[in-house]
Ligand binder design. Structure first.
Ligand code: GH3
Ligand code: MG
Ligand code: MG
Ligand code: MG
Ligand code: MG
Length: 312
């Protein structure tokens, strides 16, 4: 622990430094206000012992400036050590940012006790800072987890709903088209029945990964909407573009070539997709929900039409 002693009287400074040294602190000294502030900037001490009556800048002003130098969350204990013994001086010392006020001459026992008290407060404050940092970190992790699907690691439905609402508003402002895909694994119940639930989970992970790999724009988003259903938001994308992405995704899942002997649409796992596109604001009454329901209807048509296909 480094202690900065700002004191113009040499004998007094020497004595205080000697006592601090005996307490196991490392004293550094300055003999006037301005050099004290410079020393504070250089040394970043853990404690400041501050005289008041000094040539040039007085101790009150030094304390004010030290408090201004500290960044958010920083705090260096300041103990005034002065010959001035009035209540008003003590009050002013606390007022300008001091933490304690001792009247000279101060006994070794009192100085030691006061320094220990400051060390204890500083230690508690540090523990609190560490705790706060951990809490912040835990909070950030919780926020992240609240928008991620636990099985596949891609965004979850909550994240999808938020993104769709946000992109809807943005598209409305910019008069841009917005596309939506809903994708559903074909005959997935039979997949589970044939290969087991664990294989089903692995299949969903692989599908999620390959769908995510189909997107290249930072604003595109694929989420697990629930069960074996996925949903995709494609901002600033028209029907032609959306169909292309949907076909890419359908093909990507087929290319995984995951065996599915009980499927009626192929011998491997396949995906059906429904596509909906609109320019928000063009049609009265249109909403994120109506766009989603339109994509759902298209998906239903894809299922009815034999699965493993895209319907716009
Ligand atoms: P369709 O081609 O018409 O979509 O038929 P399907 O069998 O895929 O659809 P259905 O709705 O009948 O069954 C969906 C199945 O998906 C049933 C359910 O057990 C399974 N499933 C949903 N979520 C999970 C999951 O997290 N893990 C596993 N392994 N299976 C899941
Ligand atoms: Mg003095
Ligand atoms: Mg389904
Ligand atoms: Mg399905
Ligand atoms: Mg079924």
């Amino acid at each position: 622990m480094k202690a900065l002693v700002i004191e113009d009287t040499v004998t007094s400074a020497t004595l205080i430094c000697h006592l601090l040294d005996k307490m196991g602190l490392v004293p550094v000294r300055a003999s006037d206000g301005l050099s004290g502030i410079e020393m504070f900037k250089q040394e970043r001490p853990d404690l400041v012992l501050l005289d008041i009556i000094m040539p040039g800048m007085d101790g009150f002003e030094v304390a004010r400036r030290i408090r201004q130098l500290e960044k958010d969350g920083e705090w260096t204990p300041i103990i005034f050590l002065s010959a001035r013994a009035s209540d008003e001086d003590l009050a002013e010392g606390i007022n300008v940012g001091g933490d304690d006020y001792l009247v000279k001459p101060v006994s070794e026992v009192v100085l030691k006790a006061k320094v220990r008290a400051m060390q204890r407060i500083a230690q508690m404050r540090y523990s609190l800072l560490v705790l706060t940092r951990k809490l912040d970190e835990a909070n950030r992790e919780l926020t992240r987890l609240s928008s991620v699907d636990g099985l596949t690691g891609i965004p979850n439905r909550r994240c999808f709903d938020e993104t769709l609402a946000r992109e809807w508003r943005r598209s409305l402002r910019n008069r841009q088209s917005l596309s939506l895909l809903v994708a559903d694994v074909d005959h997935f119940k039979e997949f589970n029945d044939t290969y087991g639930h664990q294989a089903g989970d692995d299949c969903l992970k692989a599908v999620a990964k390959s769908l995510a790999a189909c997107l290249h724009r930072a604003t595109d988003l694929v989420a697990r909407y629930g069960g074996e259903e996925f949903a995709v938001v494609l901002p600033d994308t028209d029907e032609v573009g959306a169909r292309a992405v949907a076909e890419l995704m359908r093909d990507a899942v087929a290319q995984l070539a995951m065996a599915h002997s009980a499927s009626s649409s192929a011998d491997h796992v396949t995906l059906s997709l429904g596509v909906a596109c609109c320019v928000p604001g063009d049609e009265p009454g249109a909403s994120p929900a109506s766009l989603l329901s339109e994509a759902d209807k298209a998906l239903y048509e894809a299922k009815r039409g034999g699965r493993n296909r895209v319907v716009v």
